[in-house]
Design a protein around this ligand. Structure first.
Ligand SMILES: Cc1cc2nc3c(=O)[nH]c(=O)nc-3n(C[C@H](O)[C@H](O)[C@H](O)COP(=O)(O)OP(=O)(O)OC[C@H]3O[C@@H](n4cnc5c(N)ncnc54)[C@H](O)[C@@H]3O)c2cc1C
Length: 392
């Protein structure tokens, strides 16, 4: 192991890697630690917009480009504009976040940015050496790796996984068409074939907004499907109105109960999407990263295993049940979301999805669903677990 090793190396300067690096820089406890930040991408492009709900003021408020006090949920037979207070739904452009984070990181004397990709990692009792794509090698005592582990396999029969995949257009109309005060969380009135699919809309002004067609489904579709769904939405809701295309967004996010934690080692901690920080039942992860990094920082300061206590196994169990139904009964996904949004106040739903709910909240949410389909999954899972134990 090299004698000039850093204390920490962060692989990936994305949402998780940069948030972690910023937290390390902010805390005087880590001021003497040498940190490497490794990513071949200079992170100068606006490659996505992160949105999340948050109660009150938040850490990224100065970077937020737009926020909303109300969310629309629409499905056949039910539609509601839901006031979100005390929450707000906030949107952050990745380019603003990268610029902000990297300006602080580049000014910090104890961070070295390496504009290369990591390839293999070699761990021993002193630390981890990271082979870079140029053939160089750098070493650190602890590594935080945001790459998706090679072993991630959404087709593994012991894993319940689907994809959140979406494509959208930012469009500017000649005349006012949007209500800029209300964003559309889910509009299930237009679905693609028998899938759990919906339209998501972030109206920036009355003239301009993002219209995105999103699937929570086991199989991805071609890009033209999202585009034709967005076009049809526009024709149905804003017939004859002229618009221009300002930007596009496409993405695929794993929604999976895959045990990402199995890839942690004594000195390598998986973070971000590669650490299972994407909430399996929603696909959101930006705010999770903030919460999980709080725990991780506390663990580093008290010399505990960095990943310990990061997420709640009780909530992962609920995620797994919900994913199971979405995967196996994809055509009724909209009914599950409708039951949840129709019968629960939004603050209870957000607490539940943020894994901050009490057991009482969870019982109230569960009581709004018919229990038998979930019970059946629990019996199946218990049965499969017993079979795995007794198989030679
Ligand atoms: C288009 C899109 C929109 C999304 N919108 C939302 C949203 O609204 N709200 C929300 O909560 N979540 C959203 N997500 C999900 C999630 O928050 C993001 O994917 C988030 O960026 C995940 O953070 P991350 O750090 O794990 O990955 P990323 O932000 O993707 O960062 C990973 C980094 O690792 C780097 N990297 C990859 N391989 C290597 C290597 N070998 N060596 C070094 N570096 C490497 C990449 O260049 C990248 O910079 C969205 C995802 C996408 C794709």
């Amino acid at each position: 192991m090299s004698s000039t090793q850093a204390d920490y190396a962060i692989i990936g300067a994305g949402a998780a890697g940069l948030q972690l690096c910023l937290r390390l820089l902010e805390d005087p406890f880590f001021s003497s630690r040498q940190i490497l930040l490794i990513d071949a991408d200079a992170k100068t492009q606006n490659d996505r917009t992160w949105s999340f709900w948050e109660r009150g003021a938040g850490r990224w408020d100065s970077l937020i480009w737009k926020s909303w006090d109300a969310a629309r949920f629409t499905a056949p037979g039910f539609s509601s504009d839901i006031p979100l207070r005390p929450y707000r739904y906030k949107s952050l452009r990745s380019a603003d976040f990268y610029r902000h984070a990297l300006s602080l990181i580049d000014a910090a004397p104890n961070v070295t940015r390496i504009l290369e990709n990591a390839s293999s990692l070699l761990e021993d009792e002193n630390g981890v050496c990271i082979a870079l794509t140029s053939g160089q090698k750098v070493c650190a005592k602890l590594v935080f790796d945001s790459r998706i582990p090679n072993g991630f396999d959404s087709d593994n029969p012991n894993v319940t996984g689907i994809w959140q995949h979406f494509g959208g257009w930012v469009v500017r109309f000649d005349e006012p068409v949007f209500n800029p005060e209300v964003f559309t969380m889910m509009d299930f009135n237009r679905r693609y074939e028998d899938t759990c699919s919906f339209t998501y809309i972030l109206p920036e002004t009355a003239h301009q907004g993002l219209i995105e067609f999103t699937f929570f489904s086991p199989k991805c579709v071609s890009k033209s499907v999202y585009e034709s769904e967005v076009e049809s939405y526009i024709q149905t809701h804003f017939p004859g109105k002229h618009f221009e295309l300002v930007d596009t967004e496409f993405g695929i996010i794993p929604m999976s109960d895959y045990p990402f934690h199995q890839h942690h080692t004594a000195r390598i901690t998986q973070i971000g999407t590669g650490g299972g920080w994407v909430k399996p039942s929603t696909g959101y992860s930006f705010r999770n990263a903030e919460r999980y990094i709080d725990v991780l920082i506390g663990n580093l300061k008290t010399e505990r295993v960095p990943s310990s206590g990061i997420y709640s196994s009780r909530h992962r169990f609920y995620d797994s049940l919900f994913l199971h139904r979405l995967k196996n009964e994809n055509a009724i996904g909209h009914e599950l979301f409708t039951v949840m949004y129709k019968n629960n106040p939004i603050d209870r739903i957000f607490r539940f999805l943020d894994e901050e709910s009490s057991f009482g909240d969870e019982l109230q949410i569960m009581s709004t669903f018919s229990p038998w389909p979930f019970m059946r999954i629990i019996f199946q899972k218990v049965g499969a677990g017993i079979l795995r134990l007794i198989r030679p």
